[in-house]
Design a protein around this ligand. Structure first.
Ligand SMILES: N[C@@H](CCC(=O)N[C@@H](CS)C(=O)NCC(=O)O)C(=O)O
Length: 205
């Protein structure tokens, strides 16, 4: 059994669990719930991943894999085609670029949440910059929604799907769907996949 350091609130950990369901490996993974943050260390996570980040996957032989991109590439090897990481070079670059955009939204989200926890030290300037970068990325994705829909399902769709779902979970008041009908429509096709339904965010640490 592989062990995954994970939290039901982490969008990056969800990426891995979506990939696990898509590749049929979810049953081989025991999830270990853990609370970490940029200033909240876990000795157990640090033992396997000196960056203190989740998701971290520990294999049967004790070797540890991180980050989410590496873990997904590993899980992808458990099934034939179609691959979540496309084998065609052109499609692979397009998917990795979308993954970078999805991961970037998630990064802005986790940075904003962290910033808001700093209370008296909260920087309105940083908060606004993170939100602005997310808005700009969503505007780009609205333009690319048709291309996304036409591409095979894989790492790009997983990352963007997790990022948008995490916006619903944490930034619902920002209403990312407003003025973005194509992205909203594309998201429904992803959010209704069984791998997404099985991995919904939960408000437990
Ligand atoms: N690039 C990493 C990002 C993972 C990440 O930022 N995880 C957050 C939780 S959502 C974390 O573990 N933060 C703890 C820390 O920064 O020390 C990935 O793709 O897995």
């Amino acid at each position: 059994m592989m062990r995954l350091y994970w939290s039901s609130r982490s969008p990056f950990a969800r990426k891995v669990m979506v990939a696990a369901h898509e590749t049929g490996t979810a049953g081989k993974i025991e999830r270990i719930r853990v609370a970490v943050g940029s200033a909240l260390m876990s000795e157990e996570v640090m033992h396997y991943n000196p960056l203190n980040k989740i998701p971290t996957l520990v294999l049967d032989d004790g070797a540890a894999l991180f980050d989410s991109r590496v873990i997904i590439a590993y899980l992808d090897g458990f099934r034939g085609s179609p691959r979540l990481v496309p084998q065609d070079a052109h499609q692979r670059v397009a998917a990795a670029r979308w993954e970078a955009l999805g991961d970037g939204i998630m990064e802005n989200s986790t940075l904003t949440i962290g910033e808001r926890k700093r209370e008296a030290l909260h920087s309105a300037k940083h908060d606004a910059a993170y939100r602005k970068k997310t808005v700009a990325t969503l505007t780009l994705l609205e333009k690319e929604a048709q291309a996304l829909a036409a591409a095979p399902f894989g790492i790009g769709a997983i990352a963007i799907g997790c990022a948008l779902s995490h916006l619903d979970f944490r930034f619902g008041d920002e209403n990312w769907r407003a003025g973005r009908p194509n992205l909203a429509r594309w998201f429904e096709t992803v959010a209704t996949r069984s791998s997404f339904i099985a991995t919904a965010f939960e408000e437990i640490y």
